[in-house]
Ligand binder design. Structure first.
Ligand code: ZN
Length: 108
């Protein structure tokens, strides 16, 4: 009766991870985040109900206790993943930076 089908949902998807990250930015409204990630109301509610990180961020936003982050989430120019940059990083990792440099050399 209590069969657990939750195994499929144990790992948060990349989208969920990105949403949780973007929710940390006080400069982004939930609506903007949904637009950025191309998700709808229902999908967002589903994510919040199964992803503790997202639920917590939403609660913190509601209470105004969101902890400030050092830098705004940014989208990696290479792999398009969202990440928290250090300084002026435009890529999420050295691997992505190398990929981008390589691509640049071979452009034209
Ligand atoms: Zn990247």
């Amino acid at each position: 009766m209590d069969t657990d089908h939750a195994a499929d949902h144990e790992m948060p998807s990349r989208v969920e991870t990105a949403v949780a990250l973007l929710l940390r930015s006080p400069h982004l409204e939930v609506g903007q985040i949904m637009e950025l990630m191309d998700i709808g109301d229902r999908e967002f509610r589903d994510m919040a109900s199964r992803n503790g990180d997202i639920a917590q961020r939403l609660e913190e936003r509601r209470l105004g206790t969101l902890r400030p982050i050092k830098s705004e989430p940014r989208r990696c120019k290479s792999c398009r993943e969202w990440f928290l940059p250090y300084g002026h990083d435009r890529y999420c990792s050295d691997a992505c930076k190398r990929t981008a440099q390589f691509a640049q050399c071979h452009k034209r």
